[in-house]
Design a protein around this ligand. Structure first.
Ligand code: HEM
Length: 357
């Protein structure tokens, strides 16, 4: 046996001591080979975006004042005076974009590979809830800026709450009249929504561990969905974490670059009763519908889209994964996605209509 250098021995000793206490080697369980591809790492990259959001959010929380009379002053103080404030705010903004982009791409991967099929339907539904929470975080975050765009987002929120009747009470200013709704939106943004999202992420991961990743849909035409956990493979979860880490590192570099070159804006102070801005890109398809049908159109189309998404495992029920055996469903989903993109582009170029009030 080759002699081990003292440093090698020390290193091994250190690793063993660490492993004995933290059980890191338990992460060396087998995962399918295809886990190491980008498509199957998108969920992991979304997790990293969420971690960046939490860390930068904690930093911003030290300087943000959620009282309506102070909020704009504190926004300017974050970008002009607070240590690292400008950078942290921009990183928070770009990480929010990155999280939504990677979650949407993650959904497309799961749909294309049929990974939502039995026994993973429940995890698909957990995912739909995660998407709702991610969008909720973006909506509440937009309101916190308290510029014209933030104010309009809040009014949409309040009017949507009215459409929800009793169910919307919690979102209405009347629920706690002594506490400004901006302050309550802040509480939702920094604690309620991230806490629920973290709890559901845990459920998402436990179910992935229980079932294993879905088999590769492209391996053969007859591939069917099944549990893969416990199947022998040459790849381990620890290696998968390394791959996710590498993708995330590249993504982080891009976010830092964007944070420095394309800073997030603070718009003009809100003017009540007018609608002057267009929403973030992810709300643009619904904004187009709102242009034609008013706020009710915005609200009910949003609900309908979530409903359709939740029903995906019930539309495409065959056990087969290969896209060539699921053409009908994939064409339907592709056309729906295309329609949303076209609506979004239309809303971006068309003049906005007045919907509030
Ligand atoms: C906060 C957002 C989300 C995070 C952080 C997340 C994270 C993950 C991770 C790490 C995986 C393991 C495989 C991979 O990375 O592709 C995964 C798998 C999965 N996710 Fe998500 N996810 C999120 C949202 C969603 C959404 C919105 C859906 C569907 C509507 C969904 C449905 C699924 C399903 C069905 C699997 C199992 C896929 C398989 O076995 O191949 N997830 N998710």
């Amino acid at each position: 046996m080759a002699a081990t250098s003292p440093t090698g021995q020390q290193r091994r000793g250190f690793w063993q001591a660490l492993d004995e206490r933290l059980g890191i080697s338990a992460l060396r369980y087998d995962v399918p080979e295809h886990a190491q591809g980008l498509g199957f790492s998108l969920g992991g990259v979304s997790v990293v975006s969420f971690v960046v959001l939490v860390l930068t959010g904690i930093w911003l929380g030290q300087f943000y004042d959620p009282m309506p009379e102070h909020v704009r002053r504190s926004m300017y103080s974050i970008v002009n005076e607070a240590p690292l404030g400008f950078f942290m705010r921009n990183l928070h903004y770009w990480a929010a974009n990155a999280m939504l982009v990677t979650v949407l791409l993650h959904i497309l991967r799961v749909v294309y590979t049929g990974a939502f099929k039995r026994p993973r339907e429940a995890n698909w539904l957990v995912g739909v809830a995660l998407l709702g929470l991610t969008i909720g975080l973006i909506l509440t975050g937009t309101i916190l800026k308290w510029d014209q765009e933030g104010y309009e987002a809040l009014v949409h929120n309040i009017e949507a709450a009215e459409l929800m009747g009793g169910l919307g009470t919690w979102f209405s200013p009347q629920f706690a009249e002594r506490i400004p709704i901006l302050t309550r939106v802040y509480v939702a943004h920094i604690s309620v929504l991230p806490a629920i999202l973290s709890a559901l992420l845990l459920v998402h991961f436990l179910l992935i561990k229980l079932h294993g990743l879905a088999p590769s849909a492209l391996a053969n035409r007859d591939a069917t969905t099944r549990k893969t956990s416990g199947e022998p493979s040459h790849s381990t979860f620890l290696e998968h974490l390394g791959v996710v880490g590498l993708y995330a590192l590249v993504g982080l570099g891009l976010l830092v670059f964007l944070s420095v070159t394309l800073p997030a804006q603070i718009g003009p102070a809100p003017v009540e009763g007018v609608e002057l801005t267009k929403p973030w890109w992810m709300f643009l398809p619904l904004f187009a519908v709102e242009n034609w049908l008013g706020l009710k159109g915005f609200f009910y189309t949003g609900i309908a889209l979530f409903f359709v998404l939740a029903l995906v495992p019930f539309f495409d029920r065959s056990p087969y994964l290969n896209p060539s055996r699921r053409r009908g469903f994939l064409i339907f989903f592709g056309l729906l996605t295309l329609a949303l993109i076209v609506l979004g582009i239309y809303a971006k170029v068309a003049p906005g209509a007045m919907h509030l009030g």
